[in-house]
Design a protein around this ligand. Structure first.
Ligand SMILES: Cc1cc2nc3c(=O)[nH]c(=O)nc-3n(C[C@H](O)[C@H](O)[C@H](O)COP(=O)(O)OP(=O)(O)OC[C@H]3O[C@@H](n4cnc5c(N)ncnc54)[C@H](O)[C@@H]3O)c2cc1C
Length: 431
């Protein structure tokens, strides 16, 4: 019996992983519009040192990405960041991120007090979580990050800790993101317990081992290895699905791209998923431009402080490279939903502004000796209030032999995309 034919549209991690999961069950072809695989995963180099233009790690506390790397023979290439220490640039200086938060949501007041990220008043307000009555049940069951966490801890914890961390993963805003969609474990604790501090403490304990992992040589290794195992056609943008002549189709492209390939009703729902644009700027410095050794993996910047940068990875201390002692790499990100200031600057102006902010935060003493700008337009899907219900409607509106998968639906991270790829592969396999 001939094997069913499955077309996968999109050669990012989701599309490639979908093809991998289907490899024994169907004849699969991946159609990729651009001339390279990987989508947002892109390892390049600056002054001969490998740098990630997009993601640099994946979550290792869930099995999906780690298991796929091992299945592809990349288990020995997995590498943990050299340091987990991170900071928030706020209230005039770099302040250590308190230990033991869940996506920025505190589980204890002691570390929050020591970090100095919130003012004494903000700390006192956060402590009210322990004594405030349980919020009334009923009303909307899908609430924003700000509504749920702000009611328990007050605005400062949201603005200076939760929005930079949790909002940073989505380049989103705490008043728009759906808590149930972006942090289901926190939403569950909030529903279960009168105090969120106590609710998170009694939730599932964090496992041992590194929270994040990367790959020696960069994440491009993962997508390149996958591309060797599956049939990929580059430079092949898919327009009408009918042209593919496949028994089943998985759309592993951004939601706005999938919208062009499905019936009108589903298309409207897909188009309603908004995207934020971001830019990453990697800057190279001579070691003596820094006031001292970097002790950590980088820092986050709260939106309320009005800066251009949203985060900075201290690439050289997070991922030390043998033989790269003569150069220090810092990677800043800028742009989030509703803030396209960075995107409107040309590369030269952008590098100048970013260097200026980094110099202020870190005390840099000399300009950069090299730079690399990567613009990621419409790259971060926003899980706004109502997102979970919207994804369910999209699924119900699609023809039975068509599935959507990827960052727009059940998690933006690489691990979640791989998990979604496995789910989509099982959904279309019977067709
Ligand atoms: C700057 C940045 C930093 C990030 N950092 C992290 C991180 O540290 N850790 C983490 O886990 N995640 C991170 N993410 C998120 C993660 O990288 C992405 O969510 C994930 O890679 C998305 O994968 P995908 O396959 O779903 O989509 P994409 O990577 O967008 O792939 C979709 C592919 O479809 C192709 N395509 C589009 N339209 C068509 C068409 N009509 N026909 C054929 N092909 C088409 C595109 O060219 C693209 O290659 C980051 C993202 C960015 C942008």
């Amino acid at each position: 019996m001939p094997r069913p034919e499955v077309a996968v549209v999109g050669g990012g991690i989701t599309g490639l992983a979908t093809a991998w999961f289907l490899r024994d069950r169907a004849a699969v072809t991946v159609y990729e519009a651009s001339g390279r695989v990987g989508g947002k995963i892109e390892t390049t180099s600056l002054l001969g040192v490998p740098v990630e233009a997009g993601p640099d790690t994946f979550l290792a506390r869930v099995p999906w990405a780690v298991d796929l790397c091992k299945a592809l023979g990349l288990g020995d290439e997995l590498v943990a960041p050299a340091t987990g220490k991170a900071y928030v640039w706020t209230r005039g200086r770099l302040r250590p991120l308190p230990e033991g938060t869940v996506l920025g949501v505190p589980r204890r007041l002691g570390p929050l007090a020591r970090a100095g990220i919130v003012s004494p008043w903000g700390l006192a307000r956060a402590g009210l979580d322990l004594v405030l009555p349980r919020p009334p049940a009923g009303g909307a069951d899908d609430r924003s990050v700000r509504e749920v966490i702000g009611k328990r801890f007050g605005p400062e914890v949201v603005n200076r800790l939760v929005e930079p961390l949790l909002g940073g993963i989505h380049a989103g805003r705490a008043d728009r993101l759906s808590l149930a969609a972006v942090a289901p474990q926190v939403a569950e604790a909030a529903g279960r317990s009168r105090s969120l501090l106590l609710g998170l403490r009694s939730g599932p304990a964090a496992g041992n081992g590194p929270v994040f992992l990367g790959l020696r040589g960069g994440l491009q290794t993962l997508v390149d290895r996958l591309a060797k195992e599956v049939d990929v056609r580059l430079n092949t943008p898919v327009e009408p699905l009918a042209d593919l002549g496949a028994d089943a189709v998985v759309l592993a492209v951004p939601a706005y791209a999938a919208a062009r390939l499905v019936p009108a009703e589903a298309a409207r729902e897909l188009e309603a998923i908004e995207y934020a644009s971001v830019v990453t700027v990697t800057l190279a410095y001579a070691p003596d431009a820094l006031p001292g050794p970097l002790d950590g993996s980088g820092f986050l910047v709260p939106r309320v402080d009005g800066r251009l940068i949203t985060a900075c990875t201290w690439t050289s201390s997070k991922w030390p490279q043998p033989g790269a002692d003569g150069v220090v790499l810092l990677r800043a990100s800028a742009g989030r939903i509703g803030d396209d200031r960075a995107l409107r600057l040309d590369d030269e102006a952008l590098v100048g502004r970013i260097h200026g902010e980094l110099a202020e935060a870190m005390g840099l003493r000399a300009p950069p000796t090299g730079s690399l700008v990567s613009r990621w337009l419409r790259s971060f899907p926003q899980y706004d209030i109502g997102h979970v219900a919207r994804v369910a409607r999209i699924e119900a509106l699609l023809p039975p032999n068509v599935a959507v998968a990827g960052a727009a639906y059940r998690g933006v991270g690489i691990a979640a995309c791989i998990h979604d790829a496995e789910r989509a592969a099982s959904a279309v396999a019977p067709h």
